[in-house]
Design a protein around this ligand. Structure first.
Ligand code: MRU
Length: 351
């Protein structure tokens, strides 16, 4: 792995366990958690120890390994049936990022080929590691494809965290930013702080500082003014689920950026591996949107900021219609001004 602008990893398999860099504590505390069960993995996903669509998928795949090992040790040949409960627990951890279900389906596909009588641990571990490695390779490829769209040098705006922390490594939107910065196409990155969980302020800013890419934070309410002043040429974001027509679910606030980008003549790029594309859903209206606890809006850093008696509305994601998207970048290729036909054609590449 080239170390240039790419020093961070947040998901690891070592000492026969899953290790996650606790993203709730970054940037001030770098603490790794050792996970030994599928239930602990599901809790870690739900509680945002690990977050970001591809990183959730990779972690869940390792969670299946932990579960299968324990089930085989407990019941031997009955492990496949016993594992169903663990797959269900993992599937219930978060609803919007389709990479979770994609990874569980892929593990299920391998499980179907394994014999009941043999220990499945090594075969499943190999598959989870392949999922992890393929995600990093996809990010590298998307980095190249996305960077080629940027006619720089220019400044860009990004939202949430889509980097090494949110993926197997390197990142989706942040991977494009890393590649484009290396090539001199990007000079400076503006990052939305991303209320309420502050993935931008805590995680993206940390990744950019660690990898020595010049960055400025802003409250997302300042993004329209940034665009009006002509300070950015592209908005570059990731996704949690892209439907067959090119609609894009991503962190709450993304839709607002897309509307503002179109109004100000700023280009809007979505970067996501094909494991984020859900061809079974015809449009973004069908995407389940996670509602997170009110406390994430009513409090900050564990301290209540709103008065008692007020409620909060906390959808974690929104849907940007395809017509506001200029480019979807996947490892299989770039879709400009996405439509159902173009998405289907891109997805069939390499089949
Ligand atoms: O709630 P999160 O932090 O899991 O949300 C993450 C995002 O919305 C990212 O933009 C998305 O998962 C793409 S990350 C490569």
């Amino acid at each position: 792995m080239s170390q240039q602008h790419d020093k961070i990893r947040a998901v690891e398999w070592r000492e026969q366990c899953l290790w996650l860099l606790d993203q709730r504590k970054l940037p001030h505390v770098e603490e790794w958690l050792r996970l030994e069960t599928a239930a602990a993995t599901a809790d870690a996903i739900r509680d945002m120890v690990v977050r970001g669509a591809p990183a959730i998928g990779v972690s869940a795949a390792f969670g299946v390994v932990l579960a299968a090992r324990a089930r085989f040790a407990a019941v031997g040949a009955g492990w496949k049936q016993a594992l169903e409960a663990d797959l269900a627990v993992l599937a219930q951890s978060r609803p919007t990022a389709v990479n979770l279900f994609w990874a569980l389906d892929r593990m299920r596909g391998l499980i179907a080929t394994l014999v009941d009588a043999a220990d499945p641990t090594q075969a499943l571990l190999d598959e989870a590691q392949r999922i992890h490695d393929e995600d990093i390779a996809a990010n590298r490829r998307m980095g190249e494809l996305g960077a080629a769209l940027i006619d720089g040098p220019c400044n860009v705006l990004t939202h949430c965290n889509t980097g090494s922390l949110a993926t197997g490594g390197y990142g989706t939107a942040l991977g494009v930013i890393r590649s484009a910065y290396s090539q001199g196409r990007i000079e400076h990155v503006f990052a939305d702080e991303t209320r309420p969980w502050l993935q931008g302020a805590r995680l993206t800013a940390w990744e950019l500082v660690t990898d020595e890419i010049p960055a400025t934070l802003l409250a997302e309410g300042a993004a329209a003014t940034l665009m009006k002043q002509g300070k950015v040429k592209w908005v570059i974001v990731g996704s949690d689920r892209i439907t067959a027509n090119g609609d894009v679910a991503n962190k709450i606030g993304t839709y607002s950026l897309a509307v503002n980008a179109r109004h100000h003549g700023v280009k809007f790029m979505v970067v996501a591996p094909t494991s984020t594309v859900d061809m079974a859903l015809t449009s973004g209206d069908d995407i389940p949107i996670e509602q997170r606890p009110q406390s994430e809006v009513l409090s900050l850093g564990g301290q209540r900021i709103a008065p008692e008696g007020v409620n909060a509305w906390n959808p974690s994601f929104d849907v940007t219609p395809a017509e506001l998207v200029d480019a979807i970048v996947t490892e299989k290729g770039v879709v400009l001004s996405p439509t159902a036909e173009k998405m289907a054609q891109m997805m069939s590449q390499g089949d």
